[in-house]
Every structure is written in structure tokens, then in C-alpha cells.
Design a protein around this ligand. Structure first.
Ligand SMILES: [Zn+2]
Length: 261
């Protein structure tokens, strides 16, 4: 039976419970999706304001489109990068870092791993120390020939598509496109982390993007989801919170601090 919190009833009780699970845990995994970054001003790619309403994903978002017209798709990459340059991690990312530091202070041997579907690098920029990116990231480019990776900023994009300084191969943004497989190593690490976890916090995802649900439900741990709206999987969680992520995380942090005294 899961605890569902839609209103302010019994708030403290619920957050105390979550803080207890967190405090007792040895291996914490936080799994984040698009909702984690909306408070940074990045609309969910799939929402009406999102990037896929401006660019048709079939024409710009697939590996086939990229390989058949890389110059056109590179204009899209540049536009996306330009939009992301002025955005920053938000309060939610920062509170996660505080939770990680508190956990390590309380138990230096505990692990605290963030698994993200986001490509914005905000978790690393905020200071999370162990982040697994399931979909790669948009702040690097990768050479399709020699697989070398470069910071996006370091690449000469005056002539499109840019080519690899090392081998002249075709460069692609280091986030996966539709039709590409997930980075195998990241996927395996994520699955292993979730399987070993004893507390799993899912933030800002409806779990509909592959492979979120298949990764998440291998966990035997206490599971909490924070998402603005219902998801089809709410019944799988021990606690369900429908509110802004930063708001929920601040309450978790307060409760963790309260219980740690
Ligand atoms: Zn190369």
C-alpha cells in the first residue's frame, strides 16, 4: 500500500517516513527525468513548449536523419546548444547535492548515485559526484569514427557539419538520437545501481521513456516518486508525491536534518 500525497495533509509524517528510509539506506539511487530540469526553464522536450514542437523529431531527432543530412541536423544541434547555454541547475539539483553530502557525513561508506535521462549535465554542474547519464549529454560531441569526445564549445562549427580534429570523422552531439541504442556501459551501471539500492527516489519522470520502467522496477528497495502529475506506475511506489521537485526535496532535506539531530 503506497502513501499518496496530493494535498498538505500529514505532510510532515510522509516526509519523516521518507527521511527515515533515506537515513537507513546504504545505497541510494536517485533517478531523474525531464521534470527535474523544468524549474531551470527547460521545457520537457515532449511538451507543447518543448523542442519537439519546434523541430519535427522524425526530421531532426533520428540517427537516420542525421546520417542522411548532417548539415541540417547540425543547425538543430547548434540551436539546442544555444538555448541551453543560458540555463543553470535549479534548487532541486542543489538540494540533491546537500542530501548526498549529508548522507556521506552520516555514513562515509554509503553510495549515492544519480541516474538521469536528462542531457543537460545539471547534476554534475550542481556538484553531484556520481552521475550516470542514460541518454548521453548535449554539452559534448563525439566522433562517429574514432569515438573521441570533445567539449561542444571546443569545436569549430563555422562550417557544418564539423569534423573530428583527430581523424576528420563526422562529429555528432554526444546525446543519443532516436534510433540509436543506449550507451551500454551507462545502462548496465544504472541497472546494477538500482538493483543494489535500498532507497530509490524517482524525480520528474512519467517512466514512459525507455528504459526507465525496466530499470526502476528491478529494485527491491523503498521507492518514492515525485512528479507533478500522476504516472501509470504510481501504484508501484511506497510513497507518491505530486508537487514541484524542489519543494519536495527541501522538505525531505529538512526531515533528514530533523531526524539526524
Ligand atoms: Zn575522430
Amino acid at each position: 500500500m503506497s502513501i499518496i500525497m496530493d494535498s498538505i495533509t500529514d505532510q510532515n509524517q510522509i516526509f519523516d517516513k521518507i527521511a527515515q528510509w533515506s537515513n537507513n539506506a546504504q545505497n541510494i539511487v536517485v533517478f531523474t527525468g525531464a521534470g527535474m530540469s523544468t524549474e531551470s526553464g527547460i521545457p520537457d522536450f515532449r511538451s507543447p513548449e518543448g523542442i519537439w514542437s519546434k523541430y519535427n523529431p522524425m526530421k531532426y531527432g533520428t540517427i537516420e536523419a542525421f546520417l542522411s543530412n548532417s548539415k541540417k541536423v547540425w543547425k538543430f544541434f547548434l540551436d539546442l546548444y544555444k538555448m541551453s547555454k543560458d540555463t543553470r541547475p535549479n534548487l532541486g539539483h542543489q538540494v540533491l547535492v546537500k542530501l548526498e553530502r549529508m548522507k556521506h557525513k552520516q555514513n562515509p561508506n554509503a553510495s549515492f548515485i544519480v541516474v538521469t535521462q536528462n542531457i543537460d549535465r545539471f547534476h554534475q554542474e550542481a556538484g553531484s559526484s556520481n552521475v550516470i547519464e542514460l541518454h548521453g549529454n548535449g554539452k559534448e560531441v563525439i566522433c562517429l569514427s574514432c569515438k573521441r569526445i570533445y567539449p561542444f564549445d571546443s569545436i569549430d562549427t563555422r562550417s557544418l557539419p564539423p569534423i573530428c580534429p583527430h581523424c576528420s570523422g563526422l562529429l555528432k552531439v554526444n546525446a543519443i538520437l532516436f534510433g540509436e541504442s543506449l550507451p551500454l556501459k551507462a545502462f548496465q551501471l544504472a541497472k546494477q545501481a538500482v538493483r543494489n539500492s535500498d532507497f530509490l527516489l524517482v524525480l520528474g519522470t512519467s517512466l514512459e521513456v525507455y528504459p526507465a520502467s525496466s530499470v526502476i522496477f528491478s529494485a527491491q528497495s523503498k521507492k518514492v516518486i515525485v512528479n507533478l502529475t500522476n504516472t501509470a506506475y504510481d501504484h508501484e511506489f511506497d510513497a507518491v508525491i505530486h508537487t514541484r521537485i524542489s519543494e519536495a526535496l527541501e522538505k525531505v532535506l529538512l526531515a533528514v536534518e530533523r531526524l539526524s539531530i
